[in-house]
Design a protein around this ligand. Structure first.
Ligand SMILES: *[C@@H]1O[C@H](CO)[C@@H](O)[C@H](O)[C@H]1NC(C)=O
Ligand SMILES: *[C@@H]1O[C@H](CO)[C@@H](O)[C@H](O)[C@H]1NC(C)=O
Length: 218
């Protein structure tokens, strides 16, 4: 009597464990499919300027994925500052300035700059990238406006998808036909967590990221 209830007990413990294991695998499958549906992986993409692979293996969240029909054209490393103004209640982004590098080697020469136009262009774009190709020496620039952003690391500025709004310089340059831009792999760049002392205070925070440039697939 006692023995059989003991066996029953063991049996139901096993049943519970079996249920838990099958739940866990369903949950795991769900997580795995959520991960793969929200991420686009680029492999073997090269920076056209210096031939260095900067985007390979970066998992891009669905929120900032480019629309269909675009292909990755170039990627550069950005190193610079995000400039914030204290408006009395909050730090508000004013501007960003950065140097753009064609590889990830410390001490290499920049191939371009990132800055904001003094006024937004006709379509509301302001952030701008300008690159001089080290192979063709052509200089080209693209300006864009933000479409979407997502926080990937709470200690760093968001990853962003921008749409190109205007171009400048040589149309045959690296950025001459860019359609979309992404800011990826951000490090730091957030405003201070404490309020400013007084209205009009400026704070510049160092940041780095990868900028990826797309063109319409032909
Ligand atoms: C300051 O910026 C915050 C965040 O953008 C905004 O909600 C607030 O209205 C601004 N305050 C003033 C005085 O402009
Ligand atoms: C952006 O910041 C830089 C450095 O502080 C400054 O020289 C430039 O005029 C600013 N541009 C805009 C559009 O605010």
């Amino acid at each position: 009597m006692q023995k059989s209830s003991h066996l029953q007990h063991i049996h139901s413990v096993f049943a519970i464990i079996t249920v838990l294991i099958s739940w866990a695998s369903v949950l795991d499958l769900k997580l795995a499919s959520a991960r793969s549906s929200s991420a686009v992986l680029y492999n073997g993409v090269r920076n056209l300027a210096e031939g260095v692979d900067l985007v390979s293996g970066v998992s891009i969240p669905g929120e900032v994925a480019v629309p269909a029909g675009q292909s990755l054209h170039a990627a550069v490393r950005g190193e610079g500052h995000q400039h914030y103004l204290f408006n009395g209640t909050a730090w508000v982004l004013q501007n960003a300035t950065a140097k753009l590098y064609g590889d990830d080697t410390e001490g290499s020469d920049p191939i371009g700059t990132h800055f904001f136009l003094p006024q937004p262009d006709a379509q509301g774009g302001q952030p701008t990238w300008e690159i001089t190709s080290s192979t063709t020496s052509l200089t080209s620039a693209v300006t864009g406006k933000s479409l979407a952003s997502v926080t990937v690391d709470s200690g760093s500025i968001t990853w962003v998808l921008l749409q190109a709004t205007s171009h400048a310089g040589e149309a045959e340059g690296i950025l001459g036909k860019v359609s979309y831009i992404q800011r990826l792999q951000t490090r730091r760049g957030l405003p201070p967590s404490a309020e400013g002392q007084s209205l009009g205070d400026i704070h510049s925070t160092k940041y780095s990221c990868i900028y990826a440039f797309y063109v319409q697939s032909s």
